[in-house]
Structures are given as structure tokens and as C-alpha cells.
Design a protein around this ligand. Structure first.
Ligand code: FAD
Length: 478
């Protein structure tokens, strides 16, 4: 007789494992199916995020930033650090230890919460049955009252630059280099391309980023994108916009990349090439032909605002459905779905999902950009505060960038917070908390902020919205 569960989750990424834990906490008998094996052939939980995404990339970003600071950033503090060197295998090894700890931590949480882990490939059959195929090819079927599909995404391949995980790599391969490439190419100036390009540039690689679009960071506020382009270029990233890759040839451990730009056909040679042009949903062998679950025209699993698919009792969350491909979006959808299965009226505010790019300076935003709001005909007031005027930023010798707060000109309600600068992600989260509660710029301005903090820049930008900033000259008098 097959096992029966209240909830079966396919995929243990940040969407799936959070959904499974939440469902179990709500008293539902829950199983989670995962097939990803680590280098030792053991099942590793945590999905892209913990194994080859958010956490490993941030580990390398932090290590490479420390190296960069030790090389170039200490002298200003009166500290001389001579003969600084980098042991790349040790740096990558540290990253791998963090992954092991975190993925093991998720396994521990499954045990603590009573989630049953089923190792293998999950496939949804008709009638909310799920087939599990283990690594030896043995199959079993479990039954579920509810199924949550959380199979995530994988890197997009492009024919002009086929990934061999040696010279031409995807984001996963770029986390495993054992030495610093002299000349590194990156196709794609999106979040992943910029973060991984920054890691290796800080360690000494000559980095060229080829971006097909003419516009840099089109989703960001234009003022932020402009500042980011200026700063990253100054750091040594050669970002070529309007550069469309047309072909590549690997020879003797180097790759020649052909691309076209406004000047015509170009050629450039790299020691390594990272393809970071985006990610696509994983639905391979996930759904039996009679499962009844529909995909949308772009290949994502079709869901409504509450992540319900076309089959009652079957849900899908995270990267495999529409919306931003972000771990926190996946997790919150997981919580929402688990709560709804348990009979609660949970919902999610898709308008307030923060975006972060962990370059230095960090880039982060929540809500709408000034350009979006103006395009929608919304009259706005804008307040900006530069970190160059922040005592805390000066003390840290990290004064690049600014905070920008955008508020409705009629109601003063904050509609967007955009930050480029130190701890941008943390500052934007403060804006997001305020915006969730409908804060006005005046409300933010009336709050007491600790001194000296980077957060004071958010306070001052909110004050500046209505011409009341204290530590910069206001454009507009009260
Ligand atoms: C380099 C990089 C850096 C990133 N940095 C950030 C960041 O800083 N912040 C952020 O928010 N996001 C970041 N992301 C994106 C983030 O990793 C994803 O948005 C997130 O992991 C999506 O979660 P998910 O649960 O939907 O899917 P995934 O994390 O992809 O997990 C899906 C899981 O399902 C399993 N699976 C798939 N099909 C089956 C099946 N049929 N049976 C069993 N198991 C299956 C897979 O093995 C996988 O473990 C980054 C991504 C990359 C690549």
C-alpha cells in the first residue's frame, strides 16, 4: 500500500523546504522529495540557493572583498598589509564548508519538524499521486491530499556559447574556479553576471561584461543604474552594452568570442567565459501527460495569485512560476501555500519584494522607480541623501552612492526606496517594513534613528522628500 500524506512537496529549495517545514508546523503530515546530489553523491537540501546560488556567491563575494580591502583599502586607515595573497582553493573550500553546514541544517530542520524526506526524482501523476524514482531507478508512488511543485530553475544555455564547465561555464561553474583567470568574459550584465564578475575582478581578473541590451540594469531606478555603471566601471569591470554574442570557439584552454555592437563585428579572447543570461523553469519529467497541470506560454507552471495551479489541491511556487526569481519570493510563496492548505487566509504582497545586487556598492530597491511612477502619471516628490554626507559611511571609508526615497506628491505615501551604497540591502528592508505599513515620508522622518548609523541616510532621504533634510542642503524649502 502506498504512503499517504496531507502535503507532498517536490523540490527542497528555499521554496520547497520552507513550504514543507511550515506545513509540518501547521500539523499536516508532510513529505518533501529531493534529488540533488552533492559531490559525495549524498542528497543535499536547499536547492539552487544553498548549493549553487545565493549563499555560495555571497561567500565568494565576501572573501574577495576582504582580499580587495586588504590590498587597497587598509592604507587609508594607517594599516599596511604587504604581500597579501589569495589561496583560491582555500576560498572555494570555505564556501563549500558553509554550503555543507547550511544544507545539513535544513536536513536537521526536517527531522525536528517531522518532515519526511523522500530521496529521488518526483513526478506528479493524475489524481494527486506522486511517483518517486530513487537513484538506482526504483520507483514508488505516494498519495497526497495536496501537492506543492517547487522544482526551481536552471541556467539558460545559448547556442553561440555552449557551456562545457571548463572554459565556458555557467553560474555553477563560476563558483568553482581553482585559480583566478587572467581574462574573464561574462555574457549578461544582470545580477548574477555582475556579482560573479565582481568576485573575480576583485581577485585580479581582467573582466569584460558583454550585454546585449543598450540599457544597463533596466529594472533599477535610472539614477541608481547610472551610479552603478559609473562605479563598477571604475572598479575595472569593462561593461560593453549593446554587445550581442554571435559565436565562440574554444581552443587551447581559451575562448574567442564573436559579438556585434554599434561599431560592427568584434572578437575578444578570454581564459574563461561565464554565461549568465538568465534562468529557465525546471519542468523536465515533472508532470505526467495526464496530470492536468498547465504551463504558461513561457514554460512556467501556470498559477493564480495564490500559487494554485489548474488542478485543485496542486500548487506551484518559486522559480518554476511567474514573477521574480528570488529565494525570498520562493520562501514566502511556500509559507502562503502551506497556510492556505491549512485553511488560513494567507496572501502575499507581490508589490513589496525587495531586489538586491550584492556588488560593492550594494544595489537594492523596493517598490517602484521614479520612471515607472512618472510613466503611470503619478506625481511624486523625491528625497535623496548621499553617503558622502554620512558620518558613519565616512568612518567606514565607504561613502559611494545614495539613498533615494520616492513618495506620492499628494498623499506623501512612500512608493519606492532605492539605495546604492554600503548595506543597501539592509536599508531597503527598513523601507520595505515601512511601506508594508503604508508609511509616509513624514512618518519615516519623524522616527528616531540611532547615531551614527548608515540608516540615518534613509532618515535624511525621507526628510528630504519634503525639503526637511538636516545634513544636506535641501532643493526645496519647507
Ligand atoms: C549564482 C546565483 C546567485 C543567486 N543569488 C541570489 C540572491 O542573492 N538572493 C536571492 O533571493 N536569490 C538569488 N538567486 C536565486 C535563487 O537561488 C532562486 O530564486 C531560488 O533558489 C529559487 O528557489 P526554488 O525553491 O524555487 O528553486 P531551487 O532553489 O532551484 O530548488 C529547486 C529544487 O528542486 C529540486 N528538483 C527539481 N525537480 C525535481 C524533481 N522532479 N524531483 C525532486 N527534486 C527536484 C532541485 O534539485 C532543487 O534542489 C541566485 C541564483 C544564482 C544561480
Amino acid at each position: 500500500m502506498s504512503q499517504k500524506f496531507d502535503v507532498v512537496v517536490i523540490g527542497a529549495g528555499p521554496g520547497g523546504y520552507v513550504a514543507a517545514i511550515k506545513a509540518a508546523q501547521l500539523g499536516l503530515k508532510t513529505a518533501c522529495i529531493e534529488k540533488y546530489q552533492d559531490k559525495d553523491g549524498k542528497i543535499a537540501l536547499g536547492g539552487t540557493c544553498l548549493n549553487v546560488g545565493c549563499i555560495p556567491s555571497k561567500a565568494l563575494l565576501d572573501s574577495s572583498w576582504k582580499f580587495h580591502e586588504a590590498q587597497d583599502g587598509f592604507a587609508v586607515h594607517g594599516i599596511s598589509a604587504k604581500g597579501v595573497s589569495i589561496d583560491v582553493p582555500a576560498m572555494v573550500g570555505r564556501k563549500n564548508t558553509i554550503i555543507k553546514n547550511l544544507t545539513g541544517g535544513v536536513a536537521g530542520l526536517f527531522k525536528a519538524n517531522g518532515v519526511t524526506l523522500l530521496e529521488g526524482h518526483g513526478k506528479l501523476l493524475a489524481g494527486k499521486k506522486v511517483e518517486v524514482t530513487d537513484k538506482d531507478g526504483n520507483t514508488s508512488v505516494v498519495e497526497a491530499e495536496n501537492v506543492i511543485l517547487a522544482s526551481g530553475s536552471r541556467p539558460i544555455d545559448i547556442p553561440p556559447a555552449p557551456v562545457d564547465q571548463d572554459v565556458i561555464v555557467d553560474s555553477t561553474g563560476a563558483l568553482e574556479f581553482q585559480s583566478v583567470p587572467k581574462k574573464l568574459g561574462v555574457i549578461g550584465a544582470g545580477v548574477i553576471g555582475l556579482e560573479l564578475g565582481s568576485v573575480w575582478a576583485r581577485l585580479g581578473a581582467e573582466v569584460t561584461v558583454l550585454e546585449a541590451l543598450d540599457k544597463f540594469l533596466p529594472a533599477a531606478d535610472e539614477a541608481v543604474a547610472k551610479e552603478a555603471f559609473k562605479t563598477l566601471t571604475k572598479q575595472g569591470l569593462d561593461i560593453k552594452l549593446g554587445a550581442r554574442v554571435t559565436g565562440s570557439e574554444v581552443k587551447k584552454k581559451q575562448v574567442t568570442v564573436n559579438y556585434t555592437d554599434s561599431a560592427g563585428e568584434q572578437k575578444i579572447v578570454f581564459d574563461k567565459l561565464i554565461v549568465a543570461v538568465g534562468r529557465r523553469p525546471v519542468t523536465t519529467d515533472l508532470l505526467a501527460s495526464d496530470s492536468g497541470v498547465d504551463l504558461d506560454e513561457r514554460g512556467y507552471i501556470f498559477v493564480d495569485d495564490h500559487c494554485a495551479t489548474s488542478v485543485p489541491g496542486v500548487y506551484a511556487i518559486g522559480d518554476v512560476v511567474r514573477g521574480m526569481m528570488l529565494a525570498h519570493k520562493a520562501s514566502e510563496e511556500g509559507v502562503m501555500v502551506a497556510e492556505r492548505i491549512a485553511g488560513h487566509k494567507a496572501q502575499m504582497n507581490y508589490d513589496l519584494i525587495p531586489s538586491v545586487i550584492y556588488t560593492h556598492p550594494e544595489i537594492a530597491w523596493v517598490g517602484k522607480t521614479e520612471q515607472q511612477l512618472k510613466g503611470e502619471g503619478v506625481a511624486v516628490n523625491v528625497g535623496t541623501f548621499p553617503f558622502a554626507a554620512s558620518g558613519r559611511a565616512m568612518a567606514a571609508n565607504d561613502t559611494g552612492g545614495f539613498v533615494k526615497v520616492i513618495a506620492d506628491a499628494n498623499t506623501d505615501r512612500v512608493l519606492g526606496v532605492h539605495v546604492i551604497g554600503p548595506s543597501a540591502a539592509e536599508l531597503v528592508q527598513q523601507g520595505a517594513i515601512g511601506m508594508e505599513f503604508g508609511t509616509s515620508a513624514e512618518d519615516l522622518g519623524m522616527m528616531v534613528f540611532s547615531h551614527p548609523t548608515l540608516s540615518e541616510a534613509l532618515h535624511e532621504a525621507a526628510l528630504a522628500v519634503n525639503g526637511g533634510a538636516i545634513h544636506i542642503a535641501n532643493r526645496k524649502k519647507r
